[in-house]
Design a protein around this ligand. Structure first.
Ligand code: MN
Length: 227
């Protein structure tokens, strides 16, 4: 048995609503522009082009309730309220009709974004990684075991109590089954993969000492405070 040359930090586990059950995350995939009103506010045409994806490292995920430092290398940190889907059963080329059977559960999430870094990356045709995949950039609420579809539930984001984002999950351009089917043609999905499903209009800045709360009806919130 060889000795390890390096020892990465051990994977963190995240709370679920099941007794004595936690979730360890494998990868975090995020969908870009999945609500027409947000696509428009970012200056894009919300026509139904295939969904596109970017990643955050699983190590970037922080549990709801954490206080984090204002991230370095940005002056324009934005909130993005999103539904997160935890994959329970992996697979490739998953059929649309089978997609929901691969879901373990759902959580609220916040896809924190260095908007200034992202704008520069877009302008220079460079990757988004450093605008999206930085430390503490994904806030995750309790994962609820909820097979099936969440239907018309409302997604909301407040900053210090002020409502910033509000939409129905049914307003997604690509619903959860479509996202899973598309993504599974690009990578083999595996248990512990988390998929953030995009954000509606109303994204905006977060400042030091502010608390941002994402709610989805029936799920625990994803709350983050910036130090
Ligand atoms: Mn997002």
């Amino acid at each position: 048995m060889p000795r390890l040359a390096v020892q990465p930090p051990s994977s963190r586990s995240f709370a679920t609503d099941q007794p004595d059950m936690v979730a360890v995350l494998h990868r975090v995939f995020c969908v870009g522009r999945n609500y027409a009103d947000h696509a428009r506010e970012m200056g894009n045409d919300p026509e139904r082009e295939p969904p596109f994806f970017f990643l955050k490292p699983a190590s970037a995920v922080v549990p709801s309730g954490a206080t984090i430092p204002y991230p370095p290398a940005t002056r324009d940190l934005h909130h993005e309220a999103e539904l997160a889907v935890l994959i329970g059963t992996g697979g490739a080329d998953i059929a649309l009709g089978d997609a929901l059977s691969h879901v373990w559960g759902y959580a609220t999430a916040n896809d924190l974004t260095r908007r200034d870094v992202q704008a520069q990356a877009k302008a220079m045709r460079r990757p988004w990684d450093m605008s999206k995949g930085f430390d503490n950039s994904a806030v995750l609420g309790t994962v609820h075991k909820a097979p099936g579809d969440l239907g018309e539930r409302e997604l909301r984001c407040t900053v210090d109590g002020d409502l910033r984002q509000r939409s129905r999950l049914s307003s997604m351009i690509w619903p959860v089954p479509d996202i899973i089917a598309h993504l599974s043609r690009l990578v083999t999905l595996q248990p512990g993969d988390l998929v953030l499903t995009g954000t509606p209009a109303g994204v905006g800045p977060l400042d030091r000492d502010q608390t941002c709360r994402v709610d989805i009806d029936g799920l625990d919130p994803a709350i983050i405070t910036l130090a």
